[in-house]
Each structure stands twice: as C-alpha cells, then as structure tokens.
Design a binder for this molecule. Structure first.
Ligand code: NI
Length: 164
C-alpha cells in the first residue's frame, strides 16, 4: 500500500467528471486500499478518487474522528436518491488546503452504491456524515465546495491562492 499524491486546486483534473467503475478487479481493489491509506494519512474525513488523479467514481468517508460510532464507507458509483432538509456547516478539502467555508447542504440523504466487493448497498446518512458524503460525491462530478459559494468570495480565494 502507498499514500497517493493529492492534487491541489486549481488542477484541472479536479474539475472533470469521473467515469463509472465497471469492474472491481485486483487493481481497483489495490487502488481503494491506497485511497483509504491516503485519507488515513491526512486530517480529512473523506477523499474521492479524482483527488489523486484517478477519474473513477470511488469515494471513502469515515467521520468517526468527529462522530464516534460511524464506520468507514468505501462507495463505488454512489448516487444520491433522496435529499431532505438544509444544513449549513464548515467545510474544508484536502485539495484546497488552508481554506474553510460555510456551505449549505442537504441535512439528510439516501444513496445507493456498490461496496468495495461490488455488493449493492443503500445508505441513509444525516448531519456531518451526510455533508461529507455530499462533498465527496461532488468531487466525482468535478464540483468543489468552492463552487457552492458566491462568486465574490471565490474571487477573493483566487487572489489568495495566486499570492500563495
Ligand atoms: Ni474535498
């Protein structure tokens, strides 16, 4: 296993739409193990495959550090099937280090996906876990949390990034 290099904003791969996974073979399984290890080696509670430059619909979320009792979710081809409520909360992203913003998300979501063995799963999540899932699934469509904030705030961020 190996920790993978995390792409940083504004890398163009972060803005691409990822492909569905059609086969979970040994190579994909090895990649998932590396993705989990990469998340564990960071301070983040989630990671998506495109963040390490692989445009496939795979995410890992584990909010246990913030909400004890939750487990590790490895989800392949996740699709949100229902949403309810609204919730605003602070979000950061491994690909946008040093920046946190208040983002409005659905409070509760339902999703369908495949687990790491290819078994279909239905997940219901709320609160912080639901937010983490929405954030990571966004990555699969090339959407960053920045895309949810106003243009004015985004311009400010761009300027800060340039002078970094
Ligand atoms: Ni992120």
């Amino acid at each position: 296993m190996a920790e993978l290099h995390i792409l940083k904003y504004p890398d163009s791969l972060l803005q691409k739409v990822s492909d569905e996974v059609t086969e979970i073979d040994q190579e994909v399984t090895a990649f998932i193990n590396d993705l989990v290890e990469t998340m564990r080696g960071s301070t983040c509670v989630g990671i998506a495959a495109p963040q390490v430059g692989r445009l496939q619909r795979i995410i890992v979320v584990d909010v246990t550090p913030k909400n004890p009792g939750h487990g590790e979710l490895v989800l392949i081809n996740p699709e949100i099937t229902a949403r309810s409520g609204k919730r605003k909360g602070r979000e950061g992203c491994l690909s946008i280090p040093g920046f946190i913003a208040n983002i409005k998300r659905s409070k509760k979501i339902e999703l369908s996906a495949l687990d790491r063995h290819g078994k279909p799963v239905e997940i219901e999540a709320r609160g912080f876990e639901a937010v983490a899932l929405q954030h990571e699934i966004d990555h699969l469509d090339g959407t960053l949390f920045l895309d949810h904030i106003t243009d004015m705030k985004r311009d400010l961020l761009r300027r800060e990034t340039v002078t970094d």
